[in-house]
Design a protein around this ligand. Structure first.
Ligand SMILES: *Cc1c(COP(=O)(O)O)cnc(C)c1O
Length: 498
């Protein structure tokens, strides 16, 4: 099985080349040229397996240049004992056809761990197959959760350095503490002046800059990416949708073959795209419901076929979804255009020059037949958190609450009662101030006291990785400008190349 580029479909690379490289040289994203078939019998055979065994089965179908032993070893390292529940991604039954898929039981309490715990292992195997003598430099732009999860996944990984940029005012206190106290000998963290899109644009510019690449090459180094533009980030996310479906079958909540809906709180479009890929394989998914916060570029896109970033950027209580440019949408459009890389290259160039593009009628209709968009603002999110806590005794974080609210609207508007999996993407303790506000107001004003307050108020336990932060030492305090010069000199300094 091979991978090609969304902007040049004559490219042909293996999974190892796609994962070690991160992004295609002309700026496109790697996509599979075909989808492995998942039959009802395949699902039956997954039902009795545990998460890491299911992951090995599914990933082997995509990583055809890895041996099954290599894939199994990666899955064991990632999903063996680093999560706080053996289920890894447990389903919480809300009792009314809603199943919350909790993706935040990993070491940083956010769904990014699902992929970033395994990516370093996939990367190690991939680099071993492609460029065994090179040192890999992982550059990350983060809206909060990716940075910490990537730092934790890659810390002290052999032959690897990891550098993380985050928007100085765009992450929560807890997220910031998690990053600036990161341990490990191969890590660097820097704040940038600007928002997440500035950070992502800056990282992409450095990533594709020939002068920078040459400088690294002279020193035996090469960039790769841990953002969800990397195929190695995306492919592990396909697993939990198939695993959740297998769990529903195992628990007799559905029959194998029944359709489900899936709701995903969306930012960069990686998580929901993984569900689309599971659907392409044959997983019986009816509607893919894409939930946005007040930055509702995607909601408008699903309605109109026009992707337009010329609009105000809002800082919300769900910062990991404060994104105007959802990079992974490019992959969806590539598939729905009938693998037309010229069409996609033209759209992406329009996005760069006009911050806007309009897809063809064919693509718009294909999108609308499978996806539904919806958005919820901060007030609605707070109401949703409070109502669900009062009525269902269930605590959800701000991102998950966006999904809950959008799903409520969908169900009201359509009357569709198909069993529905709702992706829950962060522990509520990661966003304690907003959760406390939603539940009636915080009394404490220090992050650690707020954790305690939330615990007392809800009778939920503080996850260990957050509770232990208060004893950690602050290591990273740099702030740089978000232009290329600022970020480039920071990269050189962190790599000791200046
Ligand atoms: C990253 C993130 C999202 C958005 O996921 P995408 O794959 O970027 O769409 C949603 N919620 C949380 C908590 C996240 O960390």
């Amino acid at each position: 099985m091979h991978y090609t580029s969304t902007r040049n479909n004559t490219v042909q690379v293996t999974a190892a080349q796609a994962i070690a490289g991160g992004i295609s040289p002309e700026g496109g994203l790697y996509v599979p040229t075909e989808f492995p078939r998942l039959t009802a019998a395949d699902i039956d055979s997954l039902v009795p397996l545990n998460y890491k065994e299911r992951a090995t089965r599914i990933l082997s179908r995509y990583l055809t240049d890895f041996t099954v032993e290599e894939t199994a070893e990666c899955c064991t390292a990632a999903y063996g004992d680093r999560f706080d529940t053996p289920a890894i991604a447990p389903l919480h039954d809300m009792g009314d056809g809603r199943y919350v898929m909790e993706l935040w039981h990993g070491p940083t309490c956010a769904f990014k761990d699902m992929a970033l715990q395994i990516l370093p292992h996939l990367m190690r195997v991939s680099v071993g197959k492609t460029n065994p003598d090179e040192q890999i430099v992982i550059l990350v732009a983060t809206s909060g959760d990716t940075g910490k999860a990537a730092l934790e996944g890659f810390r002290d990984a052999p032959n690897t350095k990891i550098l993380v940029f985050y928007p100085v005012d765009g992450v929560s206190e807890m997220q910031r503490f998690q990053m600036i106290t990161q341990e490990g000998n191969n890590v660097g963290v820097c704040a940038i002046r600007g928002n997440f899109d500035d950070a992502q644009t800056g990282v992409k510019a450095i990533f594709t800059d020939n002068e920078v690449k040459e400088k690294l090459a002279e020193n035996g180094m090469r960039f790769s990416s841990a953002n969800s533009i990397n195929w190695g980030r995306l492919v592990p996310q396909i697993v939990y949708y198939i695993s959740a479906y297998s769990d529903l079958v195992a628990q007799n909540k559905i029959q194998n073959g029944d359709a489900i809906n899936v709701v995903v709180p969306t930012g960069n479009f990686g998580n929901i795209l993984a569900c689309y890929y599971a659907k392409c394989m044959g997983l019986p998914v009816n509607k893919l419901i894409c939930a946005s916060n007040q930055n509702r570029v995607l909601t408008d896109f699903f309605e109109t076929g026009v992707y337009d970033c010329n609009r105000p950027f809002f800082t919300t209580t769900s910062p990991s979804m404060d994104i105007l440019v959802s990079s992974n949408l490019e992959r969806l459009l590539y598939h729905l255009s009938g693998n037309n890389s010229d069409e996609i290259a033209a759209l992406m160039s329009a996005l760069q020059t006009e911050k806007k593009y309009t897809v063809s009628d064919k693509v718009r209709e294909a999108v609308q037949s499978q996806f539904v968009g919806g958005s919820a603002d901060d007030t609605r999110v707070a109401d949703t958190i409070r109502t669900i806590f009062e009525q269902n005794d269930y605590l959800c974080d701000t991102h998950t609450a966006v999904a809950m609210a959008v799903y409520e609207d969908y169900r009201t508007n359509t009357g569709d009662t198909t069993p529905t999996v709702i992706a829950s993407t962060a522990s509520p303790f990661k966003f304690a101030p907003a959760i406390l506000d939603a539940l009636g107001g915080a009394e404490a004003d220090k992050p650690y006291e707020q954790l305690e307050e939330l615990k007392v108020k809800t009778d939920w336990n503080i996850p260990q990785p957050l509770g232990s932060l208060r004893d950690k030492v602050i290591r990273f305090t740099d702030v740089c400008d978000n232009d290329k010069t600022g970020m480039q000199s920071t990269v050189y300094r962190m790599l000791h190349l200046d």
